[in-house]
Design a protein around this ligand. Structure first.
Ligand SMILES: Cc1cc2nc3c(=O)[nH]c(=O)nc-3n(C[C@H](O)[C@H](O)[C@H](O)COP(=O)(O)OP(=O)(O)OC[C@H]3O[C@@H](n4cnc5c(N)ncnc54)[C@H](O)[C@@H]3O)c2cc1C
Length: 302
């Protein structure tokens, strides 16, 4: 049985939405195909009447700064993100996230939109978008609307998007201002590119030596990407020092629901990893916020 009967390559968002509507629930969007094609091949996604390939839509392939936001097209590849000087300076953790996804072959075709639409609670691009408080522009039959990134996640691999009628067109986030910095760190099984154990994205705002605000995103630590709200509240108003890290880790653990997954790690091991992960990411984000100096780390290390 073929995996699809018809293959469309629209050149505008409107055409893509029309294509989806035409098949009334029996068509799927294809971007890089690194998740979708495997799922179809392995029978985890049923064959469809039509595939709507969005790679020819120029509008969703740009990275730009406008009206106080950084705008990133949903069709931008992870490689393009890691090569962006704008994102390196002003959305650093996103560059670090996308720079460790898969290997170069995956990063060259896989997109940020696909990473979010796939809705895994530990999607690497996802975790930084959550830490950076990004929003997604979703296009559908009723037009376009901006939605907070967190609102797109329902459960593991379950997106709030209607996959057969809607598509993400762009993401927007505030660029780092003076006193702001971010970082992303991940711990992997050493023997595989596809088995991350835990990822952590952090954004901080330091004012007069004190932490004015923090956002900490962790995954997998629950059915959706986790915001460590108790740790964020704990840090507010404090002067950062590495001596705070064990207490921050305790606060993160108070929110996290870590579980054992057979091929990756036990819940106990993941619990042990919170402190070293924080120790890698949080001081780095604070240093970037206070010095303004940014050199992304870990790109290509998968
Ligand atoms: C070998 C390998 C290693 C990987 N390693 C990692 C890793 O380290 N970290 C990680 O996070 N992921 C990893 N992945 C998963 C995958 O590469 C990423 O999630 C990638 O970003 C998916 O993007 P894509 O463009 O290929 O999505 P696709 O496969 O094209 O689409 C995925 C899903 O999103 C939908 N979709 C795509 N674009 C849109 C859009 N604009 N609007 C609405 N729906 C859309 C599709 O219909 C489909 O349901 C890996 C995959 C492979 C094969």
């Amino acid at each position: 049985m073929p995996l699809w009967e018809h293959y469309h390559r629209p050149s505008t968002v409107d055409q893509a939405i029309d294509n989806l509507a035409h098949y009334a629930g029996r068509a799927r969007i294809l971007a890089g195909g690194t998740d979708l094609l495997l799922e179809m091949q392995q029978g985890r996604t049923s064959p469809v009447a039509a595939v709507v390939d969005i790679t020819q839509i120029q509008e969703i392939r740009a990275i730009e700064e406008a009206d106080g936001y950084i705008l990133i097209g949903a069709g931008v590849t992870h490689t393009a993100i890691t090569h962006s000087a704008l994102l390196t300076q002003k959305a650093t953790s996103l560059v670090e996230s996308c720079g460790v996804i898969g290997g170069p072959q995956v990063r060259n075709v896989a997109t940020l939109g696909g990473n979010v639409a796939h809705a895994l609670p530990a999607g690497d691009g996802t975790l930084s978008l959550v830490a950076l408080a990004a929003e997604a522009e979703v296009a559908g039959p009723q037009g376009r609307a901006w939605r907070p990134i967190d609102s797109l996640y329902v459960g593991p691999g379950k997106s709030a998007l209607n996959h057969t009628a809607e598509m993400i067109t762009r993401f927007r986030l505030k660029p780092h201002a003076a006193g702001e910095g971010s970082a992303f760190k991940r711990i992997m099984r050493p023997q595989g590119v596809a088995l991350p154990i835990l990822g952590l994205g952090v954004w901080v705002n330091v004012v007069d030596g004190l932490i004015a605000a923090t956002r900490i995103a962790l995954g997998p630590a629950g059915p959706r990407p986790l915001r460590a709200a108790q740790a964020e509240a704990f840090l507010a108003g404090k002067a950062f020092s590495t001596e705070l890290l064990p207490a921050v880790a305790e606060q993160v653990l108070a929110d996290a629901k870590l579980r054992t997954s057979p091929h990756r790690a036990t819940a106990e091991y993941r619990t042990e990893l919170i402190l070293p992960l924080l120790a890698r990411a949080l001081p780095l984000a604070v240093r970037r916020a206070t010095t303004g100096h940014v050199t992304p780390e870990g790109i290509g290390e998968g």
